[in-house]
Write a protein that binds this ligand. Structure first.
Ligand code: ADP
Ligand code: ASP
Ligand code: MG
Length: 293
């Protein structure tokens, strides 16, 4: 079950997420995005820091408060203190030093800037997943940096399936129940161990990779619209939900820019004939879309 940025972006949506997950038979693997808008903020702060604009630290404090407020609203009592401390630790011991390094080192080589910004942007999912894992009694946190591996490919990166497959199977080998929570989007370079990612919108792909490697019964993409629609409802208010599509139809629409699913998501699940559901976190009763053969 993958929950996107808006689905983890507010107390209201996180409480919906909790009810949706609790209604599923276990074991379930929950893959989360960063809280809505936070990935953009993390990247904008990278730009600001490089311009020596230290006001980026004010934005960071606002983000800290947003995460702490969410914890108070949704995390189970017995976990709250620990999750608050986790958020503070990542902000104070990791994000702040990274931003200060960018702001105070005018001679940082471009490669190093890229490396630092990739490490920074991974924090969106690391922080949101700490909150989501803390919502479930006995929720099991997993760190995707430990099992998602990429390799360079031209100007970008691609998943390294072999090593990722081995590590994912190792990580999830023993599970026979429970709510397992992992971060979408984030990974490490296979050779260097540097923090990398699967590209913007990549949390869908993380969930598809895990569904494929773990032979999931289904992949559910929980988002902020009632399903895969005939067009983007933001620009086409008359768009309607497509109840059922084939993998090929979904792939074609994603390639043409239907942002509801990140394009690389479809191929792995199609290969294993795993049904993909697109459902609305804010309207779980709506039937949604199922993508099958
Ligand atoms: P998430 O944060 O859950 O991953 P995204 O913003 O990436 O959500 O994707 C959901 C958004 O995709 C919707 O809010 C909608 O505006 C947009 N969208 C574009 N094309 C489509 C489409 N064909 N069907 C449904 N939503 C679409
Ligand atoms: N947080 C990342 C992004 O905003 C990945 C994702 O949400 O899928 O692109
Ligand atoms: Mg998305």
């Amino acid at each position: 079950m993958k929950f996107g940025g808006t689905s983890v972006g507010s107390i209201e949506s996180l409480l919906n997420l909790r009810d949706i997950v609790k209604a599923e038979p276990e074991p379930v693997v929950v893959v989360v995005s960063a809280m809505g808008g936070f990935t953009n903020q993390l990247l904008a702060m990278c730009e600001q820091a490089q311009q020596r604009d230290i006001s980026c630290l004010d934005t960071l404090e606002a983000a800290r408060k947003r995460h702490h407020d969410a914890i108070d609203g949704v995390v189970i009592e017995s976990m709250r203190e620990e999750v608050h401390a986790t958020i503070d630790r990542f902000i104070d011991d990791s994000l702040k030093p990274y931003y200060l390094a960018l702001a105070t080192n005018p001679h940082m080589p471009v490669k190093e800037i890229e490396r630092v910004c990739d490490a920074i942007v991974a924090h969106g999912e690391i922080l949101s997943s700490a909150i989501v894992a803390g919502m479930f009694d006995g929720g099991v946190p997993h760190l995707s940096l430990n099992f998602m591996r990429t390799v360079p490919d031209g100007a970008g990166r691609v998943l390294e399936w072999e090593e990722t497959g081995r590590l994912v199977k190792e990580e999830f080998a023993a599970i026979d129940g429970g709510v397992h929570v992992a971060q979408g989007f984030i990974s490490r370079d296979k050779a260097t161990g540097d923090v990398t990612n699967l590209g913007r919108g990549g949390s869908d792909y993380t969930a598809a990779i895990l569904a494929t490697l773990l032979d999931a019964e289904a992949l559910e993409i929980w988002t902020d619209v009632d399903g895969f629609m005939t067009a983007d409802p933001r620009t086409h208010p008359d768009a309607t939900v497509i109840p059922q599509m084939t993998y090929a139809q979904a792939q074609e629409m994603c390639d043409a820019g239907a942002k509801v699913i990140y394009p690389p998501t479809i191929a792995p699940v199609a290969m294993k004939h795993i049904p993909v559901w697109v459902k609305n976190t804010f309207n779980p009763a709506a039937p949604g879309t199922v993508i099958i053969d």
